[in-house]
Design a protein around this ligand. Sequence first.
Ligand code: NAD
Length: 235
Amino acid sequence: MIDQLKQWVQQSDNIVFFGGAGVSTESGIPDFRSTDGLYYQEYQYPPETILSHTFYEENPLEFFRFYRNKLIYPDAKPNAAHNKLSEWEKQGKLKAVITQNIDGLHQMAGSKEVLELHGSIHRNYCESCGKFYRLQEIMDCDGIPTCSCGGRIKPDVVLYEEGLDSNILSRSLNYIRHADVLIVAGTSLAVYPAAGLLQYYTGNHLVLINKTPTPYDANADLLIQGKIGEVLSQL
Ligand code: NAD
């Protein structure tokens, strides 16, 4: 199986990667749905509720408590998967990384064309005046982060009930539609509309690498059950 992937990667100069939270678990950031993931940790509400737009509006204090405790991992470093993808981009083999992650680890690994479907913890904006704030400034304050103008600062992450950025979405679609090899990894493919992007792939080298089964397993031309960092470091 690894040999087949190796061959496709060697032959291609148009690889597109589509990933989710599982890409960063080997960097120590928990995903949502693994047994040690965020869904199984104790909190008063399930993460899907806390991370919704309604909850953010109605309980911003609790939202930011959860956000700071569970979604921010300032010491996390890219792992073998992030590094390999960055290397392929430099070699002209990989066109884009499309990610559902908000942790910024692909950029930290050196990847340039990173399409963040769900935004990033590294960008934060005042809801009143639009002033930009870095992650450190969100971490350095307590409670609801507040701008110098008095407005509330919102992380640039897409909450449940919020729409995806149409520009990012259409660029992602374009990459997937024209990809030669599409590698999908570390995602339960349960979160829409992100998961729906796969249906736009028309090639016949769809590689799915995931620790656990997904609803798209039967569509894969190559299915590898395993850890993405371990798999990519063998290439
Ligand atoms: P998910 O938690 O629903 O699924 C993760 C999948 O990855 C699971 O199927 C799991 O078996 C698999 N997995 C875990 N570790 C793996 C590894 N090392 N190698 C291969 N597979 C592995 O994640 P999702 O599909 O990305 O959807 C959850 C949503 O949560 C996304 O929108 C994402 O933005 C957000 N999220 C992001 C982060 C992050 O930025 N790192 C972390 C948690 C959740």
